[in-house]
Ligand binder design. Sequence first.
Ligand code: 13P
Length: 253
Amino acid sequence: MRKQIAAANWKMNMSYQDGVKLLDDVLSSKITLTADQQVIFAVPFPYLIMAKSEVAEETNNFIAAQNCHHKEAGAFTGEVSASMLHSVNVRYCIVGHSERRAFFNETNEMLAEKLDSCIKHQITPIFCCGEALEVRESGTQNDYVSRQLEQSLFHLSAEQIRKLIIAYEPIWAIGTGKTASTEQAQEMHAFIRSLLRGKFGSEIANEVPILYGGSVKAGNAKEIFACDDVDGGLVGGASLVADDFIQIIRALK
Ligand code: 13P
């Protein structure tokens, strides 16, 4: 079975103290994860080491950075490289979140470099893709997402793709309370998997987890995660409330 993953993306939220409490509250619920289930907490940079020590004893719980720079090192004030993340034992990193594409001008080409850097430093990228509302309304979402994948992922080898997690996050569903329907989610996830199959073969396509993101809540997670090609979620707002995120973890297949 493919890995089933509940990933929390805290974005730029939570004080350090609130973050410690949130992790304590989620972890103290002692959810027993199966070998195929994982929980990942993508926390702000200054909290990574704290979060790492919080999850240290918990099986199948991991931490992630929310971003990294695409270059190895150098005069990039305020930035953090994949090699730095590796040096503090971070093994996951979100790459290409739509908020970074929109507010920090991240391009598909730049994201290809970020993926290379993560993979070089043994960091599993959680690669985000997804279309804006006007793209969805024009019915060209498949072309749009396929271009995102082609330009950022298709230079990778099959072995490298195997190490990836993909998150489909329709921008119109992020933070809006408007979730994609299960049909819309399943259709796009199956399409993404078909692109992977075409380029890298069935075995790899069947292995790569594809998470859904966009207004995943305690009340809708089970229904969304039940879709054949949805392997869990990348969760923003609801991951900031311990009880809600606990229910989302429990909704994993
Ligand atoms: P929300 O769950 O708040 O809609 O955010 C989704 C998201 O952007 C996760 O990366």
